[in-house]
Design a protein around this ligand. Structure first.
Ligand SMILES: [Zn+2]
Length: 378
């Protein structure tokens, strides 16, 4: 263990600016400066990037999808390696989700009962059963540094009855997940559900609070709800979530979404967006969005973003990358994902520095002014 004295996650808040927090999550496998962004390695890889690329981008913690990994390659394979870190060659901290969100998105392919969820695996039609106990057992076998309780994420929009039903189930499953969880060196986070209904969200937190989780996630957002509804939930929770534990907003989002959530006290994020957008040549830059497939870049000698430290921006022109994308070279996938992820990590580092300096408001304003999907780069 690199830090001999540390065998569990420790969260420390180093500075505050309004509701925003600048902190550190310390694990035996390394320290993660917060607010932090985790790239998503669904099947144990962030598409197109290896561990060295992830480090170079500034990423210090990654997310693995429990359900995907349980289906392919299967826990028996990963267990042979002693867990996910050794299997994928990533030495830093890993957070695994519980599979709850993925199962719910299977729609008609799954049936939910009070005990758990049964579904047919989309890959081979195999029948698979996920219960709170099974979700924890799989994550313990994966050996992640943070694992999540199994939850029931209601769809959006959902009726008050649907929200109520899924919330009651999420709370029951949180309690069962906690009882099933045995690996003390692995942190366990509770998930606050409740749709876009503020009283339900507050009640969810109040019920989860005494269960003794090491951190709290806010789940069930970024599922199609309007931004003001999402911000209202974060506003309602920012003063009640405990100051001494990390707060994780699941599945969010665009750069502007990250900024507005950091302003409301969020410490941890994950999203497929930077790598997915990177692969589609939809690039975030310090001057706004740049759509590299646009013909105007065919002869453009400038880098994608002169302020970006990634290898693509340091060495290559827009024209060359535009060309690589056009001819479908697999190198494009790596370089553009690496650029977008580096942009996210640089953005988070900038927010951390701004919080330390008590200057988050003007810095946030500047970043939010870049918002918009239109071509912004000149
Ligand atoms: Zn770059």
């Amino acid at each position: 263990m690199p830090c001999g004295f540390l065998n569990v996650m420790v969260f420390e808040c180093l500075a505050r600016d309004g509701h925003a927090r600048r902190g550190q999550m310390k694990f035996p496998r390394g320290t993660v400066d917060t607010p932090a962004f985790m790239p998503v390695g669904t099947y144990g890889a962030v598409k197109g990037l290896d561990a060295a690329d992830l480090r170079m981008s500034g990423s210090r913690m990654v997310l693995g999808n429990t359900l995907h990994l349980a289906l392919r390659p299967g826990i028996d394979v990963i267990s042979r390696f002693g867990g996910l870190h050794a299997f994928i060659g990533w030495e830093g901290p890993i957070l695994t989700d519980s599979g709850g969100f993925q199962v719910m998105s299977l729609g008609a392919l799954r049936t939910i009962d009070e005990e758990g969820v049964t579904f047919r695996a989309p890959v081979d039609g195999r029948l698979f059963r996920l219960t709170p106990e099974r979700a924890i057992a799989i994550q313990e076998a994966l050996g992640s540094d943070v694992c999540m309780v199994l939850d029931h994420c209601p769809p959006y929009p959902a009726s008050p009855e649907e929200i109520e039903r899924s919330l009651a189930r999420s709370i029951l499953w949180a309690e069962r997940s906690r009882r099933a969880h045995e690996r003390e060196e692995q942190a366990l986070f509770g998930i606050v559900q409740g749709g876009v209904d503020i009283p339900s969200r507050l009640r969810a937190f109040e019920t989860l609070e005494p269960m003794g989780f090491s951190g709290f996630a806010i789940g069930g957002l970024a599922v199609g709800e309007p931004a003001p509804a999402r911000l209202a939930i974060l506003d309602a929770l920012k003063t009640v979530l405990p100051q001494d534990r990390p707060r994780y907003l699941m599945g969010v989002g665009k750069p502007a979404d990250l900024v507005t959530a950091v302003l409301r006290g969020i410490d941890l994020f994950d999203c497929v967006l930077p790598t997915r957008n990177g692969r589609n040549a939809h690039l975030f830059t310090s001057q706004g969005v740049l759509r590299l497939r646009n013909a105007r870049y065919r002869t453009d000698e400038r880098p994608i973003d002169p302020d970006c430290p990634c290898p693509a921006c340091q060495r290559l022109s827009r024209a060359y990358l535009h060309h690589l994308d056009r001819v479908g070279d697999p190198l494009t996938l790596r370089l553009l994902s690496l650029h977008t992820l580096t942009y996210y990590q640089t953005l988070l580092a900038r927010l951390r520095t701004a919080i330390e300096a008590g200057r988050l408001a003007p810095v946030a304003q500047e970043i939010l002014a870049l918002e918009g999907d239109g071509e912004a780069v000149r």
